[in-house]
Design a protein around this ligand. Structure first.
Ligand code: ATP
Ligand code: MG
Ligand code: MG
Ligand code: MG
Length: 427
């Protein structure tokens, strides 16, 4: 058995091969039938003719997405969709479909309800392949840089990012939450491993419908002892550069298939520009925006900024009020914290949130008090500042958002096989 991709070259001309897959398109003109067959690797034109005798009717009457195996001789044919053709001499039908419900004219809702079938489209197949590269490249990058992969729990008793977006569930007799981030648990592990990363789902009850929020998303997080905010950004820009270069190396065909402008990805080379929040607020006037110091940047603001950038942009030094309690204040700029967001170009906006963590006990307790958080619930997080505390920094990257940008999609829903949003929990 050969993969379709492997036979699409001149070495196979004149050879007899067997492939298996699904009917991608079929067109019959009486005594001759053209069947485009797809497998996970590519598509190829196959031709059946009445030389198959009585069995010809079986194959010429197949419908889209029926599964089959064909054997035949390969020839070169410039008119065929991928340049070669297989003349079918034998075949086996696994399943004959009556019809396949997915067609081009179907509504978004219909396609979402039938996501389990829509995943077979060539576009989605390519997105899934790119996503697979992104996940592997993320992990490889950190393994190559001396990080250990770790796992935190998904069911937790405390909020990381704030209460509004927590999913609550029953855990025996208690109320617990689905985790919003593994950060705090990663912080506990730097005391044994120093540098750690994780790839895990995070859950956020995002009630507003946006093109970049999922209720369940894949969160790639890293945490490293001894690193400061700038050091962490140095790591992150190399990581993004590496992931993009891996996608360019491994998925060129897929990027073309989804019409991604490859030249834009080729520009994604470290270092990335860095700007302080307050300078960005001033600069945004050049973009015709009317932001003032203290305004939070949401999807719309980030879009309007990032359509002006070709590379990702680090925004640092947000005002303390805009971020969660654990961020380290900047001693040189009162009221600002040593944090960063990484905004993706072409209008995509935030893909990473990160920064340096408060590591001194009194400072943390003060910030928690200000935020109104009960110390008891966070005793273990506080303990980290009691026993051999060290400066450390970390980040969280939304992998679905990264795929969304790399694939240049319109909606994050299409970057993940089974999106969970405020209105969707099936299939
Ligand atoms: P946003 O401002 O878009 O709501 P956030 O600042 O709340 O994002 P963080 O808490 O910084 O997000 O989480 C780290 C990263 O996780 C984000 O930079 C983003 O890439 C990703 N992320 C956060 N929330 C979601 C979500 N609902 N769906 C998909 N990815 C998300
Ligand atoms: Mg948010
Ligand atoms: Mg944000
Ligand atoms: Mg953030």
């Amino acid at each position: 058995m050969e993969s379709i991709e492997s036979i699409l070259n001149d070495d196979f001309i004149g050879k007899t091969v067997t492939i298996h897959g699904w009917v991608y398109r079929i067109r019959s003109s009486g005594r001759i039938t053209f069947i485009i067959i797809r497998d996970s690797t590519d598509i190829v034109q196959c031709v059946a003719s009445s030389s198959l005798g009585e069995r010809y009717n079986d194959i010429s009457s197949l419908t889209v997405e029926s599964s089959l195996e064909v054997t035949g001789q390969v020839s070169k044919d410039e008119r065929a969709v991928t340049g070669y053709e297989i003349k079918i001499s034998d075949f086996k039908i696994y399943q004959r479909n009556e019809f396949f419900p997915i067609t081009k004219d179907k509504s978004d809702e219909f396609l979402l309800d039938n996501r389990h079938l829509w995943l077979r489209s060539r576009e989605f197949t390519s997105i899934l392949k790119i996503r697979s590269t992104v996940f592997k490249a993320f992990a490889d990058f950190f393994y190559n840089n001396g990080y250990y992969q770790v796992q935190g729990p998904m069911m937790v008793s405390t909020a990381t990012e704030g209460g509004a977006t927590l999913f609550k569930l029953k855990f025996f007799d208690d109320d617990v939450y689905l985790t919003q981030s593994s950060q705090f648990y990663l912080e506990t592990m730097i005391f044994s491993l120093e540098k750690v990363f994780t790839i895990a789902p995070s859950f956020r009850a995002e009630k507003s419908r946006t093109r970049r929020h999922l209720s369940e998303y894949w969160h790639a997080e890293g945490e490293a002892a001894w690193l400061h905010n700038d050091d962490m950004m140095n790591v992150e820009e190399k990581m993004i550069e590496y992931i993009v270069s891996e996608v360019l190396n491994k998925n060129e065909k897929d990027l073309k298939l989804i019409n991604r402008d490859i030249s834009k990805l080729e520009r994604i080379k470290a270092p990335f520009p860095r700007i302080k929040y307050r300078d960005l607020i001033n600069k945004s006037r050049e973009f015709g925006m009317n932001l003032k110091y203290g305004d939070d940047l949401g999807a719309d603001e980030e879009y309007n900024i990032m359509i002006h950038y070709e590379k990702p942009l680090f925004v640092t030094n947000y005002p303390e009020e805009l971020k969660t309690f654990y961020h380290l204040p900047d001693p040189e700029n009162p009221g600002e914290i040593l944090c960063h967001d990484l905004l993706a170009p072409e209008g995509y906006g935030e893909i990473i949130g990160g920064g340096e963590r408060i590591w001194r006990l009194d400072e943390l307790l003060e910030r928690m008090k200000k935020a109104g958080l009960p110390e008891e619930d966070y005793y273990w997080y506080i303990d980290l500042r009691r026993y051999g505390s060290v400066p450390h920094s970390g980040f969280g990257l939304g992998l679905d958002r990264l795929v969304n940008w790399i694939c240049n999609l319109n909606n994050i829903r299409d970057a993940i096989p089974y999106p969970r949003t405020v209105r969707r929990i099936k299939p």
